[in-house]
Design a protein around this ligand. Sequence first.
Ligand code: TXA
Ligand code: MG
Length: 348
Amino acid sequence: MQTELIWIDREHMSLHIHKMEQAGKILRGGGLVAFPTETVYGLGADALNEEAARKIYEAKGRPSDNPLIVHIADPEALDGIVESVPEKAAALAAAFWPGPLTMIFHKKECVPYGTTGGLSTVAVRMPSDEIARELIRQGGGYVAAPSANVSGRPSPTTAQHVYEDMAGRIPMILDGGPVPIGLESTIVDLTGERPVILRPGYITLDMVRSVTGEVEVDQGLIAEDSSVRPKAPGMKYRHYAPKADLQIVEGPMEQVISYINEQCAAPGKTGVICTEETREHYHAGDVKCIGSRRDELSIASHLFAILREFDEDQVDRIYSESFDTPGIGQAVMNRLLKAAGHRKIDVS
Ligand code: TXA
Ligand code: MG
């Protein structure tokens, strides 16, 4: 299959309306289209068409028990696919939609089990990206979309990343440039009495709490051993894995730097993830600056791209500084720990 990569200028979408219609037609015909969102690139299919959803699993090599998020373009679309909208969900939608928040509801019958991985609940998100929303409207209103990477690879934050993973597997990729956030949406389960965070993201625990009051965090996210099963089926899989072993180094910054520098002296090629604040202290190795500690979003938005670059550079091992800050740092560490298979070294 030929994969068409199409540039869409979000500032002048009307110039591209013909291409957007073509993309929508592919979706309505049961095909796949990759597209930008504010979090990561998604791999879209008609969420109400079981056969279309099946194609997503095939293209990604994704286990079929891992449910998909259904994307909508307008708040009114929610009622069409969920049994009811609890008050707290309505309040969260008013506060954070359109945006990087996914909520779990009891599904209506029209949502096939092929989309929800056999669950009677459905995950719904209304993205803020204008290309995404135009595509959703053109595609019939309900677009199931996981991150557009091959299962196990870092999520794509540029159309080139999608092309690397999906060329030959899907007919069309819409290129809207690099995404602004770079980590997948926050997932909140609203099917119980209290909201439960199933996946951390740009919308933090405090932001959710400020709208809904008490919030729980899924124990499967916190527990380092894998004995507690996460409630979001996808969170149990090894994710974001670079080919080389990755370790996170924690402790006072001076000791972290000297430990990593010692490792760089060993034979072979060592990758280093550092920040603008520490860059000048590393003298050997394949050193990549992820962003500035004064700008958390810069760190979030570069993580997945850097993990992919280390694969291209064929490093033998990777050491990363730690980014455990209260805001989006929680989501960054969640992804980094998964990429590292939870290997951490404390050098204090
Ligand atoms: O930012 C995002 O959410 C991106 C963009 C494309 O929107 N999408 C994304 O999808 O990250 P994906 O498939 O890579 O991750 C979806 C996560 C998985 O961990 C899945 O198990 C969980 O959402 N999930 C989906 N439906 C669920 C449900 N009904 N109950 C619990 N977890 C669910
Ligand atoms: Mg994913």
